[in-house]
Design a protein around this ligand. Structure first.
Ligand code: CA
Ligand code: CA
Length: 157
């Protein structure tokens, strides 16, 4: 009598186990950037000059490239000083849809009367940072430091 009552449960258990065993593998689909934070930068150029002649401090915005293709441009902050951090999230999330490819994050000084000046940046492959909630980009030779706040999105293959 008791074994008869167990039978449906056994069937259910077998069903669950077989469903689990044929569950398809999840693969990384994209890295979802929710915010880029500029943690540090140089207030002067490599030559030691101010970024701007009259207003001294740089007016910084961020660009993200996939290879050479521009995929994101932020608004800029006026007169940035490196004792502060600057967060960029307008128009985000930004989906890095080819996580095995090389992306770069760079900062520029917005100049109203001439071409915006490149201040530096980093290349990275999202997949190298898979699972990290914050991708830190910095180096010992560069004075620039970024934190990218990221969610990782998966699909069933
Ligand atoms: Ca400038
Ligand atoms: Ca300025």
């Amino acid at each position: 009598m008791k074994t008869n009552h167990l039978y449906p449960w056994l069937c259910a258990a077998v069903l669950v186990l077989s469903l689990l065993s044929c569950r398809r593998e999840e693969v990384l689909n994209n890295a979802q950037v929710n915010q880029i934070r500029l943690d540090y930068f140089s207030e002067v150029t490599d030559e030691g000059d101010n970024w701007d002649i009259f207003t001294n401090y740089p007016d910084i915005f961020v660009k993200v490239f996939r290879g050479n293709q521009l995929v994101y441009t932020s608004p800029y902050y006026d007169e940035c000083q490196n004792q502060n951090v600057y967060t960029y999230n307008q128009g985000m999330p930004l989906y890095l849809e080819f996580p095995n490819e090389t992306y770069s994050v760079a900062i520029y000084d917005y100049d109203s009367t001439s071409e915006d000046e490149f201040m530096g940046g980093f290349e990275f492959k999202p997949v190298d940072h898979e699972g990290e909630e914050i991708i830190r980009l910095f180096s010992l030779t560069s004075e620039i430091e970024f934190s990218l706040f990221v969610d990782w999105n998966y699909v069933r293959e």
